[in-house]
Design a binder for this molecule. Structure first.
Ligand code: ZN
Length: 149
């Protein structure tokens, strides 16, 4: 028997130690669908990328539907590129989220978008048979529309 009647039950002692609000917008609860696909900050990056490749689309807010929609906005031959771009974008948003959460980093829409383009450039140089990046200088890559309409 516990003789210390002043000690409250464990569940009443729980104090949240972690802020669960989205580190990008600080307005919504952070979960994966919000962070990557419906947060206003992340959405701006997705639409910047759509503009970069010369496409427009309404993007979904759930991961599987977002990937399906994004990777199929171009021609069939573009699916590999678009899937790679999608993966890279999620990865860069996640890295920036962690940078903000754990290292007091700052959100930069242009910085994240530039980082995504830079990584995709590197990936295409090394892994892809897509080939379009080889037609452009690295500087032009940032401004060019890589997909045909
Ligand atoms: Zn958010």
């Amino acid at each position: 028997m516990n003789g210390d009647k002043r000690k409250p039950p464990e569940k009443e002692c729980y104090i949240p130690t972690q802020d669960i609000s989205c580190v990008l917008c600080q307005e919504k609860t952070e979960d994966s669908n919000h962070l990557f696909f419906s947060c206003q900050k992340a959405t701006e990056v997705w639409y910047d990328l759509l503009s970069w490749i010369g496409k427009s689309a309404a993007l979904h807010s759930s991961a599987s539907n977002h990937l399906m929609g994004f990777s199929n906005i171009g021609h069939k031959k573009d699916i590999l590129f678009l899937t790679g771009l999608w993966i890279c974008t999620v990865w860069c948003i996640w890295k920036k989220r962690n940078d903000i959460r754990f290292k007091q980093g700052k959100w930069s829409r242009d910085g994240v978008t530039a980082e995504i383009k830079s990584h995709v450039w590197s990936w295409l140089q090394v892994f892809s048979k897509y080939g379009s990046s080889a037609d452009f200088s690295f500087r032009d890559w940032f401004n060019v529309v890589p997909l045909a309409n």
